[in-house]
Ligand binder design. Sequence first.
Ligand SMILES: [Zn+2]
Length: 467
Amino acid sequence: MTIDWKKRAQDYQADYLKDLKELISINSVRDDEHKTDEFPLGEGPTKAMLKFLSFGARDGFKTQNIDNIVGYIEYGSGDQTMAMQAHADVMPAGDGWETNPFEMVEKNGRVYGRGTSDDKGPALAAYYGLKMLKDSGIEPKMKIRLIIGTDEESDWTGMKHYFEVEPEPTFGFSPDAEFPLINGEKGNATYVTSFGHTNGSDFTLKTFDSGLRLNMVPGSADALVEVGDNENFVDGFTQFLDQNPIAGDVKSTGQGIALHITGKAAHAMEPKNGVNAGTYLAKFLNEYPFKGAAKEFISYLAEDLHDDSRAKKIGAAHVDDIMGELTMNVGIMKFDMKQGGSVNTNFRYPKGTDDQKILAHLQQAADKLHGTVKEINNMETHYVDPSDPIVDTLMHVYQEQTGDLDSKPEVVGGGTYARLMKRGVAFGALFPNAQDTMHQANEFQPVADLIKAMAIYGQSIYELTTK
Ligand SMILES: [Zn+2]
């Protein structure tokens, strides 16, 4: 049977946009302040997931809500399962919106609103892909499940729960990234290195504070210090600012000298895109004779970690032909005179190394400074061979629908739900060269792209499950 998927998708455009509007109108930001036993992530994420399931029920699919944190829409039957993993939660709206983020607005061929691009728009396009199949009376040779998570933007609470209580699907994809396809995701490990709280008397580090999130390069850093010769110290700082790709200021306060550095924030996937304000501040302080644990904290940052996103100095560097380089981000740095020091590092690593090897290198560097390293969490590398039919078939459909024969499957430092399945890949729905507004103010997606994605998903589900 030859099906004109593009034409079909266009026929569904009005219905699709009506459903999407309903989804966008639900504020599904994780809300820990209002969590209850019934709604462990707050009500919003659950409500948006249940809205998806209600579309499924309306259109005659079997649906299942699992403990209010994950749900699925099912079609077909058989021993094998093809899964699509999407999510109904969204990032906080943040400032700078020109329209209400929780009201879908159609303007200039685009739909604006939180979730239009990540991930309600693509998730619903995948749903309509499935609906096209069913409405055409096509019977798949296996079970198909569209699984809707409710906590993708934080801890994957719902999707992880699904994998605890349901069998792992045979293969599948997550419509929660970009086209053409992501078949490799680096491992992702996070550590904290702790130092004591002892200090010097001539040079005293009172506080040091940089970074808010593990997955960001810190764009600013602050320290409060007491030093013997204020004038020289302040001059030294001004010179340091001039000689480095940073800005900042210094002032005397009743508590001591307050130093501030501004660098450039960036995503931890590629620390080279940012300028780490925290390790620069440590590098400056390292030129002065601080003592005790304060000095050890400073020296760890300045000598072992600063300006070394490939972790060569601590010896953890690794490159894999296919998955690329290991990267290190120093995300959060703190010191105070009661708690002592702590340094959070996040590594994205290719195959050929692992979290324990990285831990050993970090510990070796920390040993000489009386620091202790602890692993906070780890996700292994994920790689699906390009010859696997899941990659081959999806690439073929993408190429047929778009005519784009140049784009290749990618390996990324980020993580998608796809890594929870041995044969899982991320597939859409941001097209190459399209503007990426995920997690930003005025998030949008062109309507034509969403409909094109719907056609691709329809044909993909068809090719994967009926042949
Ligand atoms: Zn997403």
